[in-house]
Ligand binder design. Structure first.
Ligand SMILES: NC(=O)c1ccc[n+]([C@@H]2O[C@H](COP(=O)([O-])OP(=O)(O)OC[C@H]3O[C@@H](n4cnc5c(N)ncnc54)[C@H](OP(=O)(O)O)[C@@H]3O)[C@@H](O)[C@H]2O)c1
Length: 180
């Protein structure tokens, strides 16, 4: 899609790192934002900083992407405000160490955040994205996160087949992925 000036962008994992930087870049480009993460205090500080710097609105919503109800609330809040044009599904965790060193707990946290969280985000976002004539879903992934969604989004972007058993992309929704 073209310019995001005047669009409404929803960013998960916006309380730090790439998500926070994405929020700043989108605000600088003139987009209104709804930002989600677990640390509401950080989101509120970012919202204050960005609304003081730019003529945009920034709505912080406490969100845990491992909880489908929490993700649904993020998108309901965003859509009630002014619909959904662009989604940056960025929330994720990285774990150090090798496969042999990974504990059950770390593995489960990684999978529930990076894989379940990405699925919940796509499932909640798509009905709202389809309401727009032009919209975009972008996911930030690590090599271990969300392989199904990544393959599908890459295929969709190249105009190829999309496996509608899992995610039904719409022709107006541009999908892409970034692997930092
Ligand atoms: N930086 C890299 O080199 C690199 C490499 C490969 C992939 N990536 C991917 O890029 C994305 C961003 O990475 P980053 O380096 O910017 O990481 P980061 O600084 O650790 O930021 C991660 C963000 O995800 C949020 N998050 C984590 N668990 C969450 C949950 N359960 N619910 C909602 N939000 C959650 C965190 O917010 P809260 O803690 O406040 O919830 C934080 O805002 C991740 O998906 C990561 O896997 C990054």
């Amino acid at each position: 899609m073209g310019s995001i000036n005047g669009k409404h962008v929803i960013i998960t994992g916006a309380s730090s790192g790439i998500g926070k930087a994405s929020a700043a870049a989108c605000a600088a480009a003139g987009a209104d934002l709804t930002i989600g993460a677990r640390r509401l205090d950080r989101l509120e500080a970012i919202a204050k900083e960005l609304t003081e710097a730019y003529d945009v609105s920034v709505t912080p919503v406490e969100t845990d992407v491992t909880d489908s109800g929490s993700v649904e609330k993020l998108f309901t809040t965003a859509a009630d405000y002014r619909g959904v044009d662009v989604v940056i599904a960025n929330a994720g965790v990285a774990t150090d160490g090798t496969v042999e060193e990974l504990s059950d707990e770390s593995y489960k946290t990684m999978m529930s955040t990076n894989t379940d969280g990405m699925f919940y985000t796509a499932r909640s976002a798509l009905p709202y994205l389809r309401e727009r004539s032009v919209s975009s879903f972008s996911l930030h992934r690590s090599l271990v996160s969300s392989p199904v969604l990544t393959i599908q989004s890459t295929r969709r972007r190249s105009g190829g087949h999309v496996d509608s058993r899992r995610v039904s992309w719409h022709r107006s929704v541009t999908a892409g992925s970034a692997s930092p």
